[in-house]
Design a protein around this ligand. Structure first.
Ligand code: COA
Length: 174
């Protein structure tokens, strides 16, 4: 599945994305509010997970590519966590050189619409550290609202959520 927005192409990851993805995941800011920078080996594990989910036909992981120069800038992905078996998360990370231009909001809107229209999911969530203001803003801008506070993998976490019904009511979409 490929999604297109005015400035971005959201496409599945490929094997040869490893070099650029490893560069991004080695960056402390790209990895903010996570476990810290990844080694190339750790990134290879992440990429293999993305590729195997794609091959299994599970909700896609989208590589975020800037149309104007074809550069891979990050990801906007459906994530599944065994701790929350009923839920699908929309997670995102972007090259810090491109922050605050509305790019991830643009990507996440397209991924959200695909979740409801293409995949017919009943709801989507985002798991966000309470102090992660930019990520909270993205969640709010795509219509999510804070639902509850949990501890997820040892970190304080706000569960942002959007149901299909609420999205339909807000967008007028059928
Ligand atoms: C979260 C992230 C993907 C956002 O990407 P982005 O393309 O910069 O997001 P957008 O430009 O669409 O929106 C960012 C919003 O946060 C706001 N923001 C950024 N820093 C802020 C700050 N310090 N205080 C208040 N608002 C801030 C921006 O102004 C913008 O909101 P606005 O449109 O209302 O002005 C990016 O910051 C990132 O990769 N962070 C590190 C990884 C991460 O935290 N991922 C999420 C894990 S849950």
């Amino acid at each position: 599945m490929i999604l297109e927005t005015p400035r971005l192409i959201l496409r599945p990851f490929r094997d040869h994305d490893i070099g650029r993805l490893a560069e991004l995941m080695a960056n402390r800011d790209f990895m903010r509010f996570s476990l810290g920078p990844y080694t190339r080996e750790q990134t290879e594990t992440v990429l293999q997970k993305f590729l195997s989910r794609n091959h299994a036909g599970l909700p896609s992981q989208f590589a975020v590519v800037l149309r104007e120069n074809n550069h891979l800038l990050g990801y906007c992905a459906f994530l599944h966590h065994h701790e929350l078996p009923e839920e699908i998360e929309i997670g995102y990370r972007l090259d810090p050189a491109y922050w605050n231009r509305g790019l991830i909001t643009e990507a996440a809107r397209a991924v959200r619409d695909y979740a409801f229209v293409g995949l017919k999911l009943p709801r989507v969530i985002s798991l966000i550290h309470p102090e992660n203001i930019p990520s909270r803003r993205v969640a709010e801008k795509i219509g999510m609202t804070p639902e509850k506070e949990i501890t997820f993998r040892g970190f304080p976490t706000t569960v942002f959520a959007l149901s299909r019904e609420k999205w339909q009511a807000a967008s007028g979409a059928g």
